[in-house]
Write a protein that binds this ligand. Structure first.
Ligand code: 1HN
Length: 351
């Protein structure tokens, strides 16, 4: 090898001299700091229900909900192992609760969503009000509200937990505390919040009880499904998304949680979607039916064949396209509200 150019040798000495002072030259890292376009380290990933479910049930035999506090298998992005993250900003896990169990009350700064995957008859209690869980229901735990879960079901109940854990960790802004009792005392009958806020009406003299988070804890699948079915029948189908609706905070029209947006969409039978990409990486739970997800990025092309209760992640700025022969319903969540609050959200739809 040739001897380094004098200026190169000088530079290396300069770097060595500044290093102990915790100084480093910007020009060596500038390109990576300000990429021409998003270059996420996250990779697409798929968790098939058939392979995850037996492990969840084994976890049910290995530890009680009480001992685990939350009996969850974390869906870790293969490129972010050890970070409890499915994207750079989002956490995802599958939680199991068995008949008679209680996951004890606590609260934390992190916002959580639950999307029910299997089983009926478990409940979550938020701020003294219980909500029953049914497959396809989308349920919210607002930041800093006490919550506990319990099950009076016949069999296992599993839901997807979506939290903004990596985001709150990044901001070093997390607090948590345990509740005084294992299960919260019930102070409002089930359905009270839904009656107050869930019918395109709102109490005349109530402020937002949970600040920036929706006052509705549960968005039942029955209603989302009905809306999607009607729109598939009676309105134009979008060439990229099929029929896609976003869940809203009824008091603001914005996302149900300040850090996470949630969506449900229906791909009609025979759907051949066009490609799109967006800056918000998204986590998907397949509710019904089956689809093929085509993914493209500079790293390559992939296809996921997905069916009911499978989970997958579409990272930031990866081009995705959906196809479905039999029809499919997809739930998804992302950090889009944060992108929008910062004025940096970007979406491209390919023709
Ligand atoms: C949590 O509180 C729940 O309440 C689930 O069910 C998953 C992951 C990390 C931190 C808190 C729950 C969680 C969590």
């Amino acid at each position: 090898m040739n001897a380094p150019h004098p200026s190169a040798r000088e530079r290396e000495q300069l770097y060595r001299d500044m290093d102990p002072l915790n100084l480093t030259p910007l020009w060596e890292v500038l390109h990576a700091l300000v990429p021409r376009e998003p270059a996420t380290p996250c990779v697409p990933a798929l968790w098939k229900w058939d392979t995850v479910r037996p492990l969840l049930l084994r976890a049910g035999a290995a530890i009680t909900a009480e001992e685990a506090v939350r009996r969850v298998l974390i869906l870790e992005n293969p490129a972010l192992r050890g970070q409890s993250a499915i994207t750079q900003s989002l956490y995802a896990g599958l939680q199991l609760i068995l008949p008679g169990e209680v996951a004890p009350a606590h609260r934390h700064t992190q916002s959580a969503l639950r999307f029910i995957v299997e089983g009926t008859g478990a409940y979550t209690a938020v701020d003294g009000e219980r909500t029953s869980m049914r497959p396809g229901d989308f349920i919210i735990t607002p930041s800093w509200t006490f919550h506990d879960h319990g099950s009076e079901a016949e069999g296992p109940v599993v839901w997807l937990d979506g939290l903004d854990i990596p985001m709150i960790r990044f901001l070093d802004a997390g607090f948590a505390e345990n509740g005084a009792a294992r299960s919260q005392e019930v102070t409002r009958r089930e359905g009270t919040s839904f009656a107050r806020y869930g019918h395109n009406m709102a109490p005349v003299r109530h402020d937002a009880p949970f600040g920036a988070t929706s006052p509705i804890f549960s968005y039942p699948y029955e209603r989302s499904r009905e809306a999607l079915e009607r729109l598939e029948r009676d309105a134009p189908v979008d060439a990229w998304d099929g029929v896609k609706l976003r869940y809203v905070n009824p008091l603001t029209g914005g996302s149900p949680m300040p850090t996470m947006a949630t969506f449900m969409q229906r791909l009609p039978a025979g759907f051949r979607g066009r490609g799109w990409r967006q800056t918000d990486g998204a986590v998907y739970s397949v509710v019904e039916g089956a689809a093929v997800v085509h993914l493209d990025s500079p790293r390559g092309t992939q296809q996921f064949e997905v069916g009911a209760r499978d989970h997958f992640v579409v990272p930031s700025w990866h081009t995705a396209r959906f196809e479905s022969d039999a029809g499919c319903v997809l739930f998804s969540y992302s950090d889009r509200p944060v992108h929008q609050a910062l004025g940096i959200h970007k979406e491209e739809r390919l023709q």
